[in-house]
Ligand binder design. Structure first.
Ligand SMILES: Nc1nc2c(ncn2[C@@H]2O[C@H](COP(=O)(O)OP(=O)(O)O)[C@@H](O)[C@H]2O)c(=O)[nH]1
Ligand SMILES: [Mg+2]
Length: 318
């Protein structure tokens, strides 16, 4: 069977099998879930790092530099780059590939770009499934790069063990980040492009915002790491901070808790998704369509129709 040979390929780190498995998670929910079920005892070893922030902040450059460093330490690194600005295989993805080309041609590194194909639906599911595939294939670190806009992207970044939010010195960047919900999800802040003017002021502004955050004695306080990723400056500090966060989480049992919380969200998503697919059959859609005019005319309530649909569904599944 195709599936068995794919899994065998994956486990010996055959790149084409890995690639094919990821494509399946993007395109064929059924086969992909079969594969992921079979691989469950292989998933959970990799450490996952989420990197998010505004477009152009330097996320790909940081990913590139961090990967080089991890590779030099003999680690295998899988990268999933999600880019909503390119609905098809457009310029932005190509740009990423070119920039990452010096780390890509190597069996210690696997890079996968994920476009959103116009719609954002299910994006986080696809990216997290892909991370699981790379995890099963034996990569030690998985980096998930997403642009910090939109709920799906935040969900992906949050799914990591350590979430890094990248900002730049441009005025107001940290205020924008706060609005976009980036402040809450950061375990580490990176102030990249610190070769630019205003970087120290940006750090101070960020610190002020961070002090307003609720925290207790035992909770993790995010540090701000200054980098100039294009010159590979500060990347060592960043890796040290990632390791410090990892150790903190392991010691305080937060690691297990964070993963459990993510798994719960994920299972609920899978169930919701499948329920929706089961419920909204063609005939249900049709009967909904034909009831609409009764609502417009005031003969029926939308609630009545919704309840009828649910009642029929209930009778259908029991
Ligand atoms: N001046 C400066 N430019 C940088 C730095 N890091 C990245 N860049 C440049 O900023 C641009 C966007 O970087 P990229 O990594 O693609 O950003 P992303 O959209 O967040 O992934 C590229 O032209 C990089 O070369 C830095 O530390 N300083
Ligand atoms: Mg990028």
């Amino acid at each position: 069977m195709v599936k068995e040979s794919l899994i065998r390929g994956l486990l010996i780190e055959d790149r084409r099998s890995i690639s094919r498995c990821i494509s399946l998670t993007e395109n064929d929910d059924e086969v992909a879930s079969e594969i992921l079920k079979k691989l469950s005892n292989r998933i959970g070893q990799a450490y996952r790092i989420g990197i998010t922030g505004p477009p152009g902040a330097g996320k790909s450059t940081i990913t590139n530099q961090l990967t080089k460093l991890l590779k030099n330490n003999n680690h295998k690194v899988g990268i999933i780059a999600v880019d909503p600005t390119s609905p098809f295989t457009g310029g932005a993805l190509l740009g990423d590939r070119v920039r990452m080309s010096d780390i890509g041609n190597d069996d210690k590194v696997f890079i996968r770009s994920m476009a959103t194909r116009g719609s954002l639906g299910g994006l986080s599911k696809k990216a997290i499934d892909a991370a699981d595939i790379l995890d099963a294939a034996g990569f030690d670190f998985i980096i998930l790069e997403t642009v910090g806009v939109g709920q799906s992207e935040l969900d992906i970044a949050k799914s990591a063990d350590t979430t890094i939010v990248v900002l730049v010195p441009e005025s107001g960047d940290s205020v924008q980040a706060m609005k976009a919900g980036l402040m809450e999800i950061a375990d580490i802040f990176v102030l990249n492009k610190s070769d630019r003017p205003g970087s120290q002021q940006a750090v101070t502004a960020l610190k002020t915002i961070l002090m307003m955050r609720d925290h207790t004695e035992e909770s993790w306080l995010p540090e701000i790491i200054k980098t100039t990723a294009s010159e590979a400056l500060g990347i060592n500090d960043l890796l040290n901070e990632i390791n410090r966060h990892r150790q903190f989480m392991l010691k305080s049992k937060l690691f297990q808790l964070k993963r459990q919380k993510q798994i719960k969200i994920r299972i609920k998503e899978i169930v919701d998704d499948r329920l929706k697919k089961k419920l909204w059959t063609e005939s249900v859609e049709e009967s909904l369509e034909s009831s609409l005019e009764h609502v417009v005319l005031g003969n029926m309530s939308p609630y009545q129709i919704a309840e009828d649909i649910l009642e029929k569904f209930k009778n259908h599944i029991v």
